[in-house]
Design a protein around this ligand. Sequence first.
Ligand code: SF4
Ligand code: SF4
Length: 482
Amino acid sequence: MTRKVIPILPQEGYIPIGQAFEGDEALLSLYASDKKIYPRSVSGLFARWRWGMVFLTQLVFYGMPWLEWGQRQAVLFDLGTRRFYIFGLVLYPQDFIYLAGILVISALSLFLFTAVAGRLWCGYACPQTVYTEIFLWIEKKVEGERSARMRRDAQPMSANKVLRKSTKHLLWLAVALWTGFTFVGYFTPIQELGGEFLQMSVNSWEVFWTFFYGFATYGNAGFMREQICKHMCPYAQFQSVMFDNDTLIVTYDKERGEPRGNRSRKDELSTLSLGACVDCTLCVQVCPTGIDIRNGLQHDCIGCGACVDVCDTVMDKMGYERGLIRYTTENAMSQHWSQAKTLRHVLRPRVLIYAAVLGTMVLAMVVSLSLRTPFKVDVVRDRGVMTRIVAGGTIENVYRLQVMNATESTHRYKITATGLPGLVLSSENVVTVEATEARWLPVRVQLPFDAATPGSHVMQFEIDALDSPGHLIEKSVFLVPR
Ligand code: SF4
Ligand code: SF4
């Protein structure tokens, strides 16, 4: 029997599991699981910014569904009735353009922030970063600092280990399920949802999404962590094309730091043949993606600044100047620019163009929302009655109009038909629509015989709000029989 060895080329990151012996058939795997990362906690300027963003984003996320606006939830995306409530704004599916506008503004903001300072979003505001930070905080409180966690994981199972691990997982699950519940609370009134959960009368879709979102949070922030940033996030794959040599990125100052090496605090730096890096590896220990920034800019760096904070504390202890690892640009590093000159170059044409386009979009959105007619109308032709001749030889077409009141109070609307001489409404022409409601109205439009040639003619419905400003024109067609 022929035996063969499957050759494995040594390649960074791929370590075969099992062993191949010459002359033996062997099953080798190219899969290697990543080593578990135990990020050390860190304090400093950028850690404070990150925690500030954690508080801000979570205050908004968890708090918003509990805010009231009049008799209803202030922010509610009611998919059942197809209405989006955002404080005083009531949006209908016809307002889809505003959703598209928000997406364009978000994309432009991401381009702008990335061009200015790399992965700012990833390091400070991305939900993956925020929930990982919260989960790590719980882990630290229950299991202790990095070294204690590593020691415990290496130890065999014990009562203490089981107790600490299960406490951590219970707390993680509580946060995750509350997150799932809050998420569903944006689509179903949250107070009713809470009551339904207490009475065990919640519907299956709401249960599904609460648990789905909750377990996704639990898995992503508790276990997957940096794997999401490295392998699953689409933004991580293309963000580097938005970088250039004037983008602020977290950088290790090789010129200053090398050659690295241990030394005593008492040693005078100028008397040593060493750079400023004391090779303490703290910058690697605090890194949530487990990379060594001293090896240069890497795809996996999320720009969180944790290594900047920890290295600054080391520099302080050694009595060296801060900033061995810092936010700077490639140009500033290679040409030894001052901070002021670096910042001047950050405001380059590309950034100014992004900022101008973004500002224009935001302005257009605000103006458009403020000038928006506070009601909508849809016109549908009655398929059962295309056209007919009624008493007196008058030609009649029948339509269905849906009048949608996008305000918080009841309004009356007057409907008129225009576009052809002698066109009149023979049905009720004033309709009352309750706050945030939509009402269907059958409408009959008549035209004197011989007023138009046979065929299809463009006409309009004009709708005026009687007790508030607002005027809409909706086009349709009027059919004259042959
Ligand atoms: S934290 Fe600073 S001093 Fe310590 S190894 Fe990293 S770069 Fe060197
Ligand atoms: S290298 Fe520094 S900035 Fe980049 S992810 Fe690691 S700790 Fe954060």
